[in-house]
Ligand binder design. Structure first.
Ligand code: NAP
Length: 248
């Protein structure tokens, strides 16, 4: 197969919409999730209905052995991955930074940052022309929080996305001459279940008047930016960021 995408955290939200969009564009899809197998299988069913090959692989992308198994499964089932979307991430309850425990800080950083490093390492080993690969694209899902710092909400989450931005830039330059483009999207306030994890399911509606476009975004609007960064239409773009944030 020529077009093979791995989307981490694709059992719901932006990851699920991204996987479905890639399927519509002729990709074979690997749907990764950590906990919710029922949701992941439902996304797979939709993708199969769209006519695209699809597998579901459970893996905690913050754990190296899980990530190695994820990529080995794709090698076996489809062949060499051509697009990696580092999408999986978590956020915790809203609070000030001085109330964030060391354990929470470690979990957020491992899930949101180490995961991107582990997955990107496996992807580079397969995609890089330096290792005999055919090239590929890595798209990191960062957040506008990397610029705002998310005061009084989740500075740990914002800092994790700052690390993702730095990694995007650094890795892009390392592998630019090896056939791999590395870019990121920075969503703003998007309607997904993630805000419930922070303790405020209605957060987007509460804050939408502060968005210049006066509305929250959809997961599909973010998926379209991710897809563009993986497509030939962005063939001279690397180390770059698309803010999908309605002007914030
Ligand atoms: P979401 O609805 O909370 O979905 C998160 C997904 O990640 C789920 O599929 C979850 O799967 C998976 N996941 C969590 N931890 C994982 C792990 N350790 N290993 C593998 N999968 C894991 O989130 P979302 O809103 O779609 O966000 C997607 C991305 O966009 C994230 O990087 C987020 O930071 C970013 N973003 C979102 C917003 C927004 O407003 N929603 C704004 C800025 C940036 P299980 O449930 O099966 O564990």
């Amino acid at each position: 197969m020529d077009k093979i995408a791995i989307v981490t955290g694709a059992s719901r939200g932006i990851g699920a919409e991204t996987a479905k969009l890639f399927a519509r564009h002729g990709y074979a899809l690997c749907i990764n999730y950590k906990q919710n197998s029922i949701a992941a299988e439902a996304v797979k069913e939709e993708i199969i209905r769209l006519g695209a090959p699809c597998i579901v692989v459970q893996a905690d992308v913050a754990v190296a052995s899980d990530v190695q198994n994820l990529f080995a499964t794709v090698d076996r089932e489809f062949g060499t991955v051509t697009v990696l979307v580092n999408n999986a991430a978590i956020l915790k309850s809203q609070c000030r930074m001085d109330a964030i425990s060391d354990a929470r800080f470690t979990e957020v950083l491992q899930t949101n940052v180490l995961s991107c490093f582990l997955c990107a390492k496996e992807a580079v080993k397969r995609m890089s022309t330096k290792y005999g690969g055919r090239g590929g694209c890595i798209i990191n899902v960062s957040s506008l929080a990397s610029k705002t710092g998310s005061p009084n909400e989740y500075v740990d989450y914002a800092a994790s996305k700052g690390a993702v931005d730095s990694m995007t830039r650094g890795l892009a330059l390392e592998v630019a001459a090896e056939g791999i483009r590395v870019n990121a999207v920075r969503p703003g306030l998007i309607y997904t279940d993630m805000h419930a994890s922070g303790g405020e399911p209605g957060r987007v509606d509460r804050l939408k008047t502060k968005i210049p476009m006066q509305r929250g975004g959809t997961a599909h609007e973010v998926a379209e930016a991710i897809y563009w960064l993986a497509s030939e239409q962005s063939s001279f773009v690397t180390g770059s960021f698309i803010d999908t944030a309605g002007g914030l």
